[in-house]
Write a new protein. Sequence first.
Length: 87
Amino acid sequence: MLTAMTVLIALVCVLLMGAVLIQNPKGGGVDSTFGGTQANQMFGAAKSTDFIEKATWYLAAALIILCIITSLMVGGGTGGGEQLLTQ
């Protein structure tokens, strides 16, 4: 199960990197390097920006949640400070 969570975290990271790199720093929509002219024709400039921004926020939230769940699975849900004091 831990391996599946690690693979899922890696996939979300790659998708998040792509979503961040596609964004235009000036807020103009999809970057032309990644086929921006076709995406702007399909979605429209404002709709593609909204979609990519929402995707970025959802992927960031998913990454945080997956990391917390994975750390609880590895740590067993116990406090780390207590274990260090008893050892």
